[in-house]
Design a protein around this ligand. Structure first.
Ligand SMILES: [Fe+2]
Ligand SMILES: [Fe+2]
Length: 337
């Protein structure tokens, strides 16, 4: 969904051998994966932001499905890039700006579909060049899912208006998994990747509101600084979960997991305190009567972020961690926030 090259090529750790850093095939593969990652991140943001504005429940559900899929592929691409010993790009593809400039929501979704078609072409060219079996299988899954989503959007916009309403029962929303491996995957895609998108956007909106409305009595002064601190704290927290705790839990856990779980729960309490500060500073994410569009957008995004972070913490405190530290089942149910 971004025809420009990735903004940051895969960077390699210092421990990489000279041959790895100069291998042109590896560099080309990492560039292609990062380009796809930035495109998927852009697609995820477009689907999420567009979905919030759609009033038709069926179309909103479709946008939500696309968002979840795009987030899932971001996570897979990041994992694949890391498995190659490189650092995934943190940039968002230029497609996001181009798509969000389209005011008409139907036209924007059609544009999103053209972006998805671009991704399928890139994947078709890339997959035969990938030697690793797991990466090839993941990229093939990604290609198939994109084909399905493209068809769903095409069906939505080409169906004649006189068609009978669909009588098949709608697929129920998938329940949140409880099995540790699947639950961790769900947390990574539904929350970690989403927070990584939400916070830079929130910081940008807050900085704009603080600068433009410096003289307004209700301006949330200090919000940009607070969000910037929350961003770095959450990134560090999620990195610890992704690199230390979750791999231990995915392998079945051990007696050593209770300490990192305790550290993570203590950090969750700090996140909850930060959330309370955030809500107080933004008057419970409520814009003033004379708020401009950006201020309203800031409050909507703040509310969504707060709900997501609370749900994220609850899921880890109440569902994931107690499976590995039985004392949490009885002794600390109140720790969940
Ligand atoms: Fe987490
Ligand atoms: Fe956490």
């Amino acid at each position: 969904m971004n025809s420009t090259p990735p903004q940051s090529s895969a960077s390699l750790p210092e421990t990489d051998s000279a041959s790895a850093t100069t291998d042109p095939a590896r560099t080309a593969l990492l560039d292609a994966l990062n380009e796809l990652l930035e495109a998927e991140r852009a697609g995820a943001r477009v689907a999420m932001e567009t979905g919030r504005s759609i009033t038709d429940p069926e179309l909103a559900a479709l946008a939500d499905d696309i968002h979840k899929d795009e987030v899932r592929w971001c996570s897979m691409l990041m994992r694949t890039i890391k498995s190659l010993g490189a650092t995934p790009s943190s940039a968002t593809g230029a497609f996001h700006g181009k798509a969000m400039a389209i005011a008409d929501l139907d036209e924007r979704l059609k544009f999103l579909n053209r972006g998805q078609a671009w991704v399928t072409r890139k994947l078709q060219a890339l997959i035969p060049q990938v030697d690793d079996a797991r990466a090839r299988a993941d990229l093939t899954d990604m290609l198939q899912a994109h084909h399905q989503n493209i068809s769903r959007v095409e069906d939505r916009f080409t169906a004649p208006a006189t068609l009978e309403p669909q009588t098949e029962p709608q697929a129920e929303a998938s329940p949140v998994p409880t099995e540790p491996g699947a639950l961790i995957e769900f947390i990574l895609t539904r929350f970690h990747e989403v927070h990584r998108q939400q916070l830079p956007e929130l910081i940008q909106l807050a900085a704009k509101v603080e600068a433009v409305h410096a003289d307004h009595a209700e301006t949330p002064r200090g919000l940009t600084d607070l969000l910037t601190s929350m961003h770095s704290e959450l990134l560090a927290h999620m990195e610890k979960e992704e690199t230390i705790l979750f791999p231990m839990l995915a392998r079945g856990g051990s007696s050593f997991v209770t300490h990192p779980i305790c550290v993570m729960m203590s950090e969750h309490e700090e996140h909850a305190q930060r959330l309370a500060q955030l809500m107080a500073l933004t008057h419970q994410a409520t814009p003033p009567g004379d708020a401009c569009r950006t201020w309203v957008q800031l409050c909507t995004a703040t509310r969504q972020f707060a709900e997501d972070l609370k749900a994220h913490i609850q899921l880890e405190n109440r569902v994931l961690f107690p499976q590995f530290d039985k004392s949490l089942v009885q002794e600390r149910p109140e720790a969940a926030r």
